[in-house]
Each structure stands twice: as C-alpha cells, then as structure tokens.
Design a protein around this ligand. Structure first.
Ligand code: PEP
Ligand code: MN
Length: 373
C-alpha cells in the first residue's frame, strides 16, 4: 500500500510525527519513505510493506498528511500501474519531459570513436532541432579483443561538445559502478553543460548489484534495456530494482530478443510489447530499432528495415527511439553496418513524425469509438 502525502509535507512537523507514530503501531507493517524533489514541489510517499490487506483505504486516507492511498498489487510495486493510481507516468530531466505521452528521439553514435565524429553528429542533431542523443563510452563487447570504448577519456569532450550544440540528454551505457562516478565527475568538472541518461544494457539487465547502485542515485535517470533472453516479467522486475532503491526516473527499452526465429534480423523485434509495458507500468517505453535489426537492409518499397521497424514501434505508442547514426559508418569501431547516415537524419525524423501522427490519430479514433458505446 502506498500513502501519498500532501505536497511539501514537513517531516519535522507534528502532523508527520503523529502519522509515523500511528504507522509504527500497526503490527506486521514496515514503512519505507520515498521523497521525490521536483522544481516546485516535493512529494513524499510512504510504502507500507507487510500484511496490508487488513488496512482500510478510507481509514488510511483520514490519517494526518495523507492525500491519497493506493493499494498496490504484488507486481512492480513502485513502477507498476495500479488500480486508481494517481501517480504520474512521466518525469522531467534537464528540461526534457519523458512520459508515456511524449516522444523523444535519441539518434547518435553507438560508440564514441573520435572527436570529429562526435562533433559532426552533434551538429547534425542541432541543425535538425534535436536535444537528445546516444553516445557510448563504455562498450560491452562479445570479444575481449574488440574495441571496448574510450571510457572516461572521451567524456570531457563529449560533454563540452554536447553543451556547445544544445544537447540536453545523452544516453550512455555503464557496466560498472566506477563508470557512474566517472560520468558524475566529468559532467561536474565540465560545468554541467548537458545531462546523461544512464543506460543499463541488455547484458546487465539482471546485474542486481549494478541496478541497486544505479537505483540509489537520483541525479541521473536510467534507460533499462530489456534482457535479450529473459521474460518480460523478469525485465520489469529488474526495472523495479532501480525504483525500489529510490530512482523511479526509469525508461524501459525494447531492443529485440536473441533467437534465430528473428533471422535475418540481428534480434527478434519485440515492439508488440510497447503497449504491454505501458499497461503494466507507468514507465515511458523506448524502442531500439538499430540493435533489433542490425543491418541496413532495404525492403523492395525502398524503406530500410530499421526505418520500417522504428515506425512500427512509434505507431504502437513508443515514447523514445534510440537509433544508431554515424558520419562515416565504414570507419565506425562498433556497429557500423546498422548505422544510418547523417544525410538520412531529416528523412528518419520525418518518417518518425508521420508514425507519431498516425499513433495520435489512432488514439483519438479509439476514444471516439469507445465514447459511442
Ligand atoms: C547499445 O545500445 O549500444 C547496446 C549495446 O545495446 P544492447 O544493450 O541493447 O545490446
Ligand atoms: Mn551497438
């Protein structure tokens, strides 16, 4: 059960003490306080853990400071979408809104290779009105002999250039706690020119200790990629790890499943789960058409599979698109074969926009028909 307190509640105040004393007297119930600090208001929630079945919603609503009470199902307690749940399905980070009602494109380099390519990419994004990107500094690779990413050495110039070109959020994978510290240090040392969304890759979806560490910080939001060989439920529970530790600014990423059933694509595209994740949780849903498809194959209609599949996810209501671009894919050190070209950026953005308009029209259509019933 979640008690949602009135905003800006004072934890030193008499009413709050009264509430906590009452909760302490409930047998078999433990409490966990979660505080979400926004620009204008601070929201406090109290999670009641244990045998909450005996507690009456009405009675709990009458306790001091309590504004709303939500009875949660066992699944995904913090991130889940529960009955009569007034908690938001969006968050804001560095001036960019991430919600189940918005769409953000994160086009960029799979891996940072050199400063010139980073700058060319960021300039193209700025010229096309974009404020988000992807830039991998730490790359988990199948072969120990493959390029592992430039790591912390590239962070200062990536952040400075991002600031120069007005980029507000960079999706960047981390695979170790140290990477979080390195990113935090570099971003502060460069004077916070941009923001970072920490990415947990598909190989680390169930790295629970990493999830706990990333969940314990609230400075950076997190993009959690679905595990490529586990159930959706297992991946959603992985996201819940982040939230249960305190960070609920989580975007859930679909990136295809590892099975030969998806051949000739690199992974079996799983964007049919976009509406499922939105129904089960309040997380915005990201799709990654590049890592799903893995090539620049073109259909007979002249449209690249990556573009077709991005559109499929967006038409189904995806909220974020993570997509590989590169100024010179032949020279890319990671995933060149699946990268789109900079000259394809305006085309890609326009195609995504078409798909988004179709999605919004489909939602309006569904509402019109449901109103008739
Ligand atoms: C990536 O986005 O660069 C990546 C490695 O993705 P995934 O974890 O989905 O394989
Ligand atoms: Mn990649």
């Amino acid at each position: 059960m979640i008690l949602i307190l009135s905003s800006n509640v004072n934890q030193q105040g008499a009413e709050f003490h009264q509430l906590m004393a009452h909760l302490a007297g409930l047998s078999g119930i433990q409490t966990r306080i979660h505080v979400e600090r926004g620009v204008e208001k601070t929201l406090t929630e109290i999670y009641l853990i244990g045998n909450t079945k005996a507690l009456e919603i009405k009675e709990m609503c009458n306790l001091p400071c309590v504004e709303n009470v939500v009875r949660v199902s066992e699944e995904y307690r913090v991130l889940g979408r529960h009955k009569e749940d007034p908690r938001p399905s969006h968050f804001e980070y560095n001036g960019v809104r991430f919600g189940q009602d918005t769409l953000n494109v994160f086009a960029g380099l799979c891996a940072v290779d050199n400063r010139d390519h980073v700058e060319a990419m960021l300039k193209a994004l700025r010229d096309n009105g974009q404020v988000c990107t992807r830039m991998g500094a730490y790359k988990p690779r199948t072969s120990p002999y493959a390029f592992q990413g430039h790591g912390k050495n590239c962070l200062p110039y990536v952040f400075e250039l991002a600031g120069k070109y007005g980029i507000k959020v960079i999706a960047m994978e981390i695979t170790h706690e140290n990477h979080l510290h390195e990113i935090r240090e570099a971003i502060h040392q460069t004077g916070n020119p941009t923001g970072v969304m920490l990415q947990i890759g598909t190989r680390n979806t169930q790295n629970f200790e990493l999830l706990k560490i990333v969940g314990r910080q609230q400075e950076f939001p997190v993009l959690l990629k679905r595990g490529f060989g586990i159930t959706l439920d297992e991946s959603l529970n992985a996201a819940e790890y982040l939230a249960s530790e305190g960070n609920r600014n989580v975007v859930f990423g679909l990136r295809g499943m590892k099975t030969n059933m998806g051949d000739p694509h690199r992974n079996f595209v799983d964007f049919a789960h976009v509406p499922v994740v939105k129904r089960l949780t309040r997380m915005p849903v990201c799709i990654d058409p590049s890592h799903s498809v893995g090539t620049r194959s073109v259909a007979p209609d002249g449209v690249l599979d990556v573009v077709h599949i991005a559109a499929q996810g967006v038409v189904a209501g995806a909220n974020m698109v993570l997509v590989d671009f590169h100024p010179a894919p032949m020279k890319a050190l990671v995933d060149g074969p699946q990268a789109l070209l900079l000259k394809e950026l305006p085309y890609f953005l326009e195609d995504v926009q078409l798909a988004r308009e179709t999605y919004l029209k489909r939602v309006a259509l569904a509402q019109r028909y449901s109103n008739l019933q």
